[in-house]
Ligand binder design. Structure first.
Ligand code: FAD
Length: 468
């Protein structure tokens, strides 16, 4: 009798839901075709990996983790959810080096981007295959000249390919969105006389798609602009499941939207990155044209790789002590040059008020706005020169809130005193704050682009832009 009555209750509830027009969402593996569901992981370790990030402050458990073997798998997954009346949300996860759950998705699907490079198509060049079809359907890197991502560079990585423009002669690298910058560095250095991208991040174990979704800044950005200013072309899968190649000349709205777009418009599966001959020593070039006090120069002789990969050593040391996994309540802001004196108050009165609180590096350097492209989604202060300040806090597991309060105090002080800072790697919880962040004109463009490329608001909900 109890069994019969529980069946009856379930039947009544589902009848009521269908009469009221409430649709039930089937479980993910049942929802997807057998091929796509074979690429899902639902086990605890996979879900745990996708529900944490470098920040270790936010945890959201997805329904599943998706392991694409090709770009076509990502297209199929997005097409599928887009066509469903109750689409599940999706977030690409580069390496989860965000600090506040930006690559997470509660009850949705996290795409584990590194899977793209773990299954490599093995092809011989000029084997008569329809390359365009193959690349579009199997995730290869297509250089539009019919060349497929076979390992012609000898760098051992099929998803990084160095080429020369046949008419203009410049060099570029076609790189999978899941690739790490360290691998891009090694692959490009190994080509010919040695090439390298011109703009970097301080830490190279970040994914290309992840940094291009923010901006990608470091000590070279004042001269070359952020990484997003050094990209020629992208392949992007939109929130509708459409795969486009875009550039300043082709599908430029999508190109500009995605660069600095916080993962809101599409998933970057390939980026064509500007290369130059790798400098043997960088220092003279960087200092050229700068005013400085000569006594303040401290030099150390290192190779280019040692210099660019300088954070790795510290990372490994922290890992070995279990200190890499601690909470990281980071705050990164851009401060307009004209207000730097007013901002100065923050240093003794908030940042260094109780210096026992500070643990982790503080970064500070200038940037030139004319190296940024305002058509792209990334946001800067409205001034020719601005400074980036990075408070890269590490904390204990139960005292990160103290540092978070310090961050809030800084933001409040700037707000109260009219210091027009912009957050880099921004984090807001209300729509009003996002509108203020973008400014009304840029916000309206950002919204229009969302309607165009991800109308069902499927992508990167962890940024809290359209779903708060
Ligand atoms: P994730 O954290 O995995 O993703 C970030 C966002 O991008 C998410 O919203 C995600 O959904 C989206 N996303 C990921 N991949 C794609 C893709 N292929 N297409 C579209 N959207 C995608 N930043 C700097 O600019 N300069 C620095 O010097 C710098 N140093 C850092 C040092 C450390 C130790 C750490 C942890 C971070 C640093 N960052 C720096 C920040 C870094 O740029 C961001 O964390 C960035 O998100 C890259 O991390 P990720 O590749 O793991 O991306």
């Amino acid at each position: 009798l109890p069994i019969l009555s529980s069946f009856f209750i379930v039947y009544i509830i589902s009848r009521l839901m269908s009469i009221l027009g409430i649709k039930q969402r089937p479980s993910l593996p049942n929802l997807l075709c057998p091929y796509l569901s074979s690429k899902l992981s639902l086990d605890k370790p996979s879900l745990a990996m996708a529900s944490t990030d470098f920040g270790n402050l936010v945890h959201k458990i997805p329904a599943a983790v998706f392991h694409p073997s090709s770009v076509q798998d990502i297209v199929s997954l997005l097409k599928y959810t887009y066509s469903h009346p109750l689409p599940f949300k999706i977030a690409a996860r580069g390496r989860g080096h965000s600090c506040r759950g930006q690559a997470m998705v509660e009850c949705g699907v996290v795409i584990n981007m590194p899977s793209l490079s773990s299954t490599k198509p093995k092809l011989n060049i000029n084997n008569g295959i329809d390359c365009d079809y193959y690349c579009k359907n199997n995730g290869g890197l297509n250089d539009n000249n019919g060349n497929v991502n076979v390992n012609v560079n000898g760098n051992g990585n099929d998803r990084i390919r160095v080429s020369q423009d046949p008419t203009l002669g410049f060099y570029y690298a076609d790189v999978g969105g899941e690739q790490l910058w360290i691998d891009v560095l090694h692959a490009t250095l190994g080509h010919g006389g040695g090439f390298a991208p011109v703009s970097w991040t301080d830490y190279l174990y970040l994914s290309v798609g992840g940094t291009l979704s923010n901006a990608g800044i470091s000590g070279q950005s004042f001269r070359y602009g952020p990484q997003i200013s050094n990209v020629y072309e992208l392949d992007v899968v939109t929130g509708k499941g459409e795969l486009f190649t875009c550039s300043k000349k082709k599908n430029s709205e999508l190109f500009d939207a995605v660069l600095g777009g916080l993962g809101q418009f599409g998933i970057i599966t390939r980026a064509r990155i500007k290369l130059e001959a790798a400098p043997k020593r960088e220092l003279e070039k960087e200092l050229k044209g700068l005013n400085y006090i000569p006594e303040y120069i401290f030099t150390k002789e290192v190779s280019l790789v040692e210099f660019l990969n300088r954070v790795r050593k510290g990372e490994l040391e922290l890992h070995s002590k279990g200190l890499w996994e601690v909470p990281h309540p980071w705050l990164n802001i851009f401060i307009p040059k004209s207000q730097i004196q007013e901002f100065y108050h923050v240093i003794p009165n908030i940042i260094a008020k109780d210096n026992t609180d500070l643990a982790g590096p503080v970064l500070f350097y200038p940037l030139n706005r004319n190296k940024w492209d305002d058509k792209m989604s990334a946001v800067t202060p409205d001034e020719d020169v601005f400074y980036t300040l990075g408070l890269l806090h590490s904390s204990g597991f139960d005292d990160w809130e103290k540092l978070e309060r310090k961050n809030e105090e800084i933001l409040k002080y700037c707000d109260k005193n009219g210091i027009k800072i912009k957050q880099y790697l921004p984090h807001y919880t209300t729509k009003e704050d996002w509108v203020t962040h973008f400014g009304s004109k840029k916000w309206s463009i950002f919204q229009q682009r969302k309607t165009l490329f991800d109308p069902k608001m499927i992508l990167s909900p962890g940024q809290n832009i359209f779903n708060n």
